[in-house]
Design a protein around this ligand. Sequence first.
Ligand code: KG4
Ligand code: ZN
Length: 344
Amino acid sequence: MIILGIETSCDETGIAIYDDERGLLANQLYSQISLHADYGGVVPELASRDHIRKTIPLIQAALKEANLTSSDINAVAYTAGPGLIGALLVGASIGRSLAYAWGVPAIAVHHMEGHLLAPMLEDNPPEFPFIALLVSGGHSQLIKVTEIGQYELLGESIDDAAGEAFDKTAKLLGLDYPGGAKLSKLAQLGNSQRFTFPRPMTDRPGLDFSFSGLKTFAANTVHQHSPLDEQTRADIARAFEDAIVDTLVIKSKRALEQTGYKRLVIAGGVSANLTLRQKLAELMQKRQGQVYYPRLAFCTDNGAMIAYAGMVRFKHQHIATDLSITVKPRWSLSELSTEPNSTL
Ligand code: KG4
Ligand code: ZN
């Protein structure tokens, strides 16, 4: 069974082809980062227009990469939410139209289910059940996963997402959008003893996060030490990264204790953070468990995770049945149905 996956929920056009026997056959990605850089964040209208330009050429490139033609595709999966409405509509319209023209099923995929299942594309995939720490530019969630489609939200950010906090703090330090990875690189040069930032909401029970105060703490520190010299920029980056990583580790540990689970999956853009990966690996070693994450290229948005999640949903008969093209810009993972034939 061969699935074409289309991801256009934000600022990356991702197209991939996944075969349930041979694995990933093609993976094409176009990042709009340079398009939005001048504005310091994603401009939704520019994002939609660029997805219109890039999606079909990338589908053609993916077919070529896989040495296939459109008649080899058994289903088309596209991200139906959550995300920017205009951007989502581009992928949904193209996905639904191609599926209709090719006479194959169309499958609406939840972007966060894509992230959550991305580690399944690796050689040593996690078995169920597991705790998933989903940390991206739009979400920070701890989820109890008992099987495909069984996602219980244990905790989430009550304000900024982890990636958003990284990006906002990076901006304060003069780094270009999206600054998460750049801040992390700068933090490597920082002295961890110079500043101590708070670990928000770790002094009370529960699994929710709050990161907006951390960003304000960073803003105040920047203000107090301006104009910043190079070492101070690096020291602030280090203090911020240590605080956010520690907070994520403390809450993940709590979720594992609460459930007794031995497997932890991290996914979403912030799972590319090497300090987070290392600290969670140490935690799981101590707990005699195992941590799983996608390869770096599949931590951030990509088509491969959508093609894979589409294949899983296809096997569960989650096929779009009517002809309307609907997207869900806001869509909770816990609303995802496991009933056959249910789509949006
Ligand atoms: O999953 P993703 O590509 O898009 C969303 O669905 O939001 O995540 C993007 C986010 C951005 O906020 C970016 O700064 C952050 O992931 N990110 C990182 C790193 N690489 C990407 N944050 C911290 N450290 C990194 N190495
Ligand atoms: Zn994402």
